[in-house]
Design a protein around this ligand. Structure first.
Ligand code: ZN
Length: 151
């Protein structure tokens, strides 16, 4: 990561941690899951409302965790809201590959957009679980798994 990228990463994490987007609960979610990262203690809930056409109308999260887990969850809600399920699945899978270091977003075409700020995190394995937690939880929710733990 260049210094500039690292600076941007820090700013985005701080901003989303301070003012998490789509934070709270949905009254009648169509999908929900709980996610837990025992390594760090991050614990959150993800709720979605998907309409009959397969469009994600609402995504919200709630919970306690470190700045990275909250920032990642907050960014996830802003990116997935308004997506079709199949496009969301693509973004979720690309994000997971990227934070594990399996996808370099600068080398391969992808839909990650501003999520690319997390591209250097694979160098810090304990932080990967923080960044990936909300994404495991949203996959769980969409696949009818009510509870997800980072392994
Ligand atoms: Zn954490």
């Amino acid at each position: 990561m260049s210094d500039r990228q690292h600076e941007l990463y820090q700013q985005v994490i701080l901003d989303h941690n301070k003012r998490p987007r789509n934070y709270g609960e949905l009254t009648d979610p169509s999908h929900s899951a709980e996610g837990f990262n025992p390594l760090c203690g991050d614990h959150l809930w993800v709720h979605l409302k998907v309409d009959d056409a397969g469009l994600i109308q609402e995504v919200m999260f709630k919970g306690e965790g470190c700045a990275i887990s909250k920032a990642s969850a907050s960014m996830m809600t802003t990116v997935l809201k308004g997506q079709k399920i199949e496009d969301a699945e693509t973004i979720i899978s690309e994000f997971k590959s990227m934070v594990k270091g399996e996808l370099n977003p600068d080398e391969k075409e992808n839909s990650l957009g501003r999520l690319k700020i997390f591209s250097g995190i694979w160098r810090y394995p304990s932080r990967v679980k923080c960044a990936i937690l909300a994404w495991h939880a949203v996959s769980g929710a969409l696949n009818d798994e009510s509870s997800v733990t980072t392994e």
